[in-house]
Design a protein around this ligand. Sequence first.
Ligand SMILES: Cc1cc2nc3c(=O)[nH]c(=O)nc-3n(C[C@H](O)[C@H](O)[C@H](O)COP(=O)(O)OP(=O)(O)OC[C@H]3O[C@@H](n4cnc5c(N)ncnc54)[C@H](O)[C@@H]3O)c2cc1C
Length: 602
Amino acid sequence: MTFSRFLHLSVLTVAAHATPLNAFEYDYIIVGGGTAGCVLANRLSASPSVSVALIEAGPTVFNDSRVLIPSPAGLAWGTELDWNYTTIPQAYANNSVLTYHAGRDVGGTSTINGMVYLRPTADEIDSWSVLGNTGFSWDSLLPYFKKSEHFQLPTDPRPRAIAEASYESSVHGFIGPVKLGWGNDLAPGVFGQALNTTWQSLGFSWNADPNSGNNTGLGLFPIEKDTVLQIRQDSARSYYLPVIGRPNLHAFTNTTALDINLDSGKSHHGPKSAVVAKGVNVILPSGRKQLLRSKQEVILSAGTYRTPGLLERSGIGNPSILRNLSIAPKVPLPGVGAHLQDQWLVNAVYNANFTPTSFVASYNAKPLSASVTAAELFGSDLDTVAAQLYADIPAYARTLSEASNGAISVQAQEQILLTRASLFFDKKVAIGALTFGIFGGNCWVTLPLSTGNVHSSSDPSDPSKPLINPNFLQLPWDLLVQQRLFSLLRRVLASPLVAATLSPNTIELSPGYSLLPANASLPQTTAVFQAILAPVWHAVGSAGMRKREWGGVVDEEFRVYGTKGLRVVDASVVPVEVNGNPTSLIYALAEKAAEDILRDCK
Ligand SMILES: Cc1cc2nc3c(=O)[nH]c(=O)nc-3n(C[C@H](O)[C@H](O)[C@H](O)COP(=O)(O)OP(=O)(O)OC[C@H]3O[C@@H](n4cnc5c(N)ncnc54)[C@H](O)[C@@H]3O)c2cc1C
């Protein structure tokens, strides 16, 4: 099918199956038709006897070229398809105010993201059991990763062979909704070849399949795109478009949820008196307010930034924060919004000066990305560094607890930090990632210890508008990791083999050796990173799946503590930051959640 004919059919499909408004009562109401929300819409409406409403603040964008065209990412940034947030001034980073993109359409942030499919590591998922989620492990989640995945291989085997693009078939799914894979542009080019040789000569590894539960090393990650049609494979295209005609699935687009209708009376979930979610108050496209009633459950999938605000606007959260917002507390749950974490990066920008031909040859330069462990970054300093981190944990825990206004206790923070340290030093999971290119590269702190928060603002024009605070550089550990990552990036790019593939007289323009000399002191490095750091936009944890007494908001079946008929399923439940890129995990979690929800169907 040609690309234009494909688009034309999509339009017809949408128009033909538009569902009329009905009695505003549904078995399930999903708030947020984003990455997770579309998964739930598909799976929950699979039975014709179950009615589902999907509420999404933005429009459908199946035919929008800003979304469809896989490269360059970012065509929809700053448009009406982007919530286009900014952070509050970052206390540990020169009070800088950072941009946060988030999709505002059916498909959510999967319609505007970088499309990289890279899972967290097995040890990280296994560590969730310590946080209170005893049913979680890599082995138990793997079937859901596979269920969501449609792994595609390049149609031309030659570039795959040249690029050493191997994969472990037992960990991949081949018939799921999310098409992803490598294209025919895998040929590693001179740059990729030089990078791989150099990387391995420095003692680092090649990773045959970074999605297999261990992501350490240089490797090739797949991209979430339809490699035949060459279009983005976002959540709406994967999960919602195929079922858009179901009469029992009603999408309310351009409709904003205001809060959850909570009832403290008896519920259809049993005789016990409890705070029960009975529906959702929304603003319809006409501007009219409307209560949508739920017969079974309300599921919040509004994402890391908006889900906490919706809970708070409904009276679920930290009582002192609610009172400041003049909201009567109904369910005291101090962890709401309290444990936001995001990866952060610094860029090295080079003055590459390529002619078009050499540019193309070198730009087809995969692999480009590597994950590294603490042992690899710190080398002979590892034992000293590890001892220092363990010694710092009590003080770090106090800092984090104070910053959460006691929402998460010092003891709980200590346990969470010890779990992280064990991952770094005992399990040897990657703690950072490097992306290399002919124009420079960037270094990501993938498992930061700094912890921020996100709460509802008191903005009358948009009450659940989030006040986003990732708190970058709050704890010195993250800076130390970044310092080593940046040195490693420079070392690789300056190595003779790699440097020979760059244009002659290449220099690092930013930050540059004059601003950040190779032997820069810690204060000097801090000042530079404070000035140039950027978010990776992989924020998680603001409605974390943890023990309630450890600041948890949901249990391991996504149920909001202290409520009935209310769950959260989106990036906010991921209890602590993870390696990789979140959508792989969010798809798996949402697939699991759909089964949990349907199992409890009354
Ligand atoms: C620029 C960028 C690049 C990224 N690159 C990658 C990448 O390459 N790979 C990767 O895996 N991840 C990437 N991510 C992260 C990833 O895309 C997100 O973590 C993920 O999509 C979040 O999914 P979610 O379901 O939690 O939220 P979302 O997908 O954001 O869905 C939330 C939905 O809820 C809607 N909503 C919110 N509030 C309301 C309300 N009150 N009423 C109605 N609707 C509401 C929103 O409009 C949105 O559609 C990137 C993120 C960004 C911003």
